[in-house]
Design a protein around this ligand. Structure first.
Ligand code: NDP
Ligand code: 2IT
Length: 451
């Protein structure tokens, strides 16, 4: 442990406000891999940790675009290419006003280990902009994407770096980004994943992360000797791509999902969330969740600000399994305590790092089955890699084939994580299992590739 603590101290100056989430992600990995660093001196000899925590490059650029009133707007764009030891840089783009270098460093760092856990040949990256697609017209989003790509295209390529979606970036944005790339480079190639199906997208990419987190949870519960999800009450946060498809798969297997959230509040529907309505509201019309109760009088809408104790209403709902699928640090230690007291058995992270460090420690010390993001939400990037394969071979796989392969990989990740935890004396701790297994794969490739 002493080696790991020294490493943390060395990076303490990274802990300025903007870097807090990056530091949080880094600290978790360093603590988890301490036994590995102490048992195998190669990692110190080759300075693997020092090399891993610094991105290969941070690309930062200005994005100027015209709004519908013909006024010039300025945003900042980023691509952080973190590590390509295992394959070309791969990871999403986030368009959200909270995006800054620290947030993207945390997401890019996590992506390295997530991608390693898939067993597929993909490195880690993340990018995005502080641009807020909310309230923008379709033409404004199109103009922004086109300007963003004017700069980004210089740094990406199907064998170099392949961006995809994340918060605020779905198939519409990927479509506009692809169109701009094609126009600038005169080249039709699989440089982005998450494309609409009609021109190079894969079946099931929209569903992949949400379905994957459920497949992972099913395997984890079975391995841990817990009852399966059918007939059980589940809570989900978020109402975006990941949340909606997690709800869809949970309902399909017979679970009763009683919640969803957006940035303004929570819906609690004890009869089970009306998925058709949710899709209509969020995927088509982008309306507030508040509208849900207009047609569902049994459901309750709890505005975010009205929840008094610093916790989040969604984690105070009694459930068998919880699925945080909105954003980072949305589940605090207060929420963890509420879940534990209410008898929750399993927590699976669909979002990236939705649980705070304290919350994770509470779950682990109470023997809650806890599926960490970098393992549980890998389904999205897995199907992204399938999309790359299909594009490279100029072919299309069926929905069933993609689903079957996704399920298999999610089961394999869960088993690899559980086995690694056991091998390192921390049986049942999927956080340490995921960090050690992911780190080992990247680190061994880095050693083999030299400096
Ligand atoms: P979407 O943009 O589709 O949806 C995001 C959802 O989270 C919305 O309901 C949004 O509410 C809510 N949300 C966003 N920011 C906040 C915030 N600061 N506080 C409260 N709620 C918030 O994104 P995705 O569903 O794609 O992504 C959700 C999470 O899953 C993210 O952590 C992402 O990194 C992660 N992820 C996504 C993958 C993918 O394939 N898309 C793959 C793996 C992980 P509102 O609409 O009100 O803003
Ligand atoms: O966090 C993630 O894994 C993603 N946003 C998806 C990345 C990808 O390349 O599909």
């Amino acid at each position: 442990m002493s080696i790991a603590i020294n490493k943390i101290k060395k990076f303490e100056n990274e802990n300025c406000d903007e870097n807090k989430v990056f530091y949080q992600a880094m600290e978790e990995v360093i603590y988890s891999i301490a036994p590995l660093l102490e048992s195998d001196e190669r990692y110190a000899k080759y300075s693997i940790l020092e090399r891993l925590v610094v991105p290969d490059r941070i690309i930062k650029f200005k994005v100027t675009w015209l709004n519908d009133k013909n006024e010039i707007q300025v945003n900042i764009g980023y691509r952080i290419q973190f590590n390509n030891a295992l394959g070309p840089y791969k990871g999403g783009l986030r368009f959200h006003p909270t995006v800054n270098e620290g947030v993207l460093k945390f997401l890019g760092f996590e992506q390295i280990f997530k991608n390693a856990l898939t067993g597929l040949p993909i490195g880690g990256a993340k990018g995005g902009s502080d641009f807020d697609p909310k309230g923008k017209s379709d033409f404004e989003v199109m103009k922004f994407c086109s300007s963003f790509m004017t700069e980004l295209h210089k740094y990406i390529g199907p064998r170099i770096d392949i961006p995809a979606g994340d918060i605020g970036v779905g198939s519409r944005e990927i479509g506009y980004l692809f169109g701009a790339y094609k126009k600038i480079t005169s080249s039709y190639e699989g440089v982005l994943t998450g494309k609409p199906y009609i021109f190079g997208g894969s079946f099931m990419r929209p569903q992949a992360t949400g379905f994957g987190v459920v497949y992972f949870t099913q395997t984890m519960l079975e391995m841990e000797g817990k009852e399966p999800l059918d007939g059980k009450i589940c809570t989900v946060s978020g109402a975006g791509n990941v949340a909606i498809h997690a709800i869809e798969k949970l309902q399909e297997i017979g679970a009763i999902v009683v919640s969803c959230t957006d940035s303004k509040g929570t819906i609690y529907d004890p009869r089970g969330v009306d998925l058709c309505l949710l899709k209509e509201m969020k995927l088509k019309n982008k309306t507030s969740l508040k509208e849900y109760i207009k047609t569902h009088s049994d459901a309750k809408y709890i505005p975010l600000k009205e929840y008094p104790d610093g916790g989040h209403a969604v984690w105070d709902i009694p459930c068998y399994a919880a699925f945080p699928c909105a954003t980072q640090n949305e589940l605090t230690d207060i929420d963890a305590q509420n879940l534990i007291v209410n008898g929750c058995v399993s927590v699976s992270e669909g979002a990236n790092m939705p649980s705070t460090t304290k919350a994770i420690n509470d779950f682990l010390s109470h023997k809650i089955c806890f599926a960490p993001a970098k393992a549980a939400n890998a389904g999205g990037v897995v199907v992204s890699e399938f999309e790359m394969s299909q594009n490279a071979a100029m072919t299309k796989w069926s929905f069933e084939k993609v689903d079957e392969k996704l399920k298999l990989i999610m089961q394999q990740i869960a088993k690899r994580v559980a086995l690694t935890a056991k091998d390192y004396g921390v049986e049942g701790n999927y956080v340490d299992g995921a960090n050690i297994a992911g780190f080992k794969r990247v680190a061994d490739a880095m050693i083999a590739e030299g400096i």
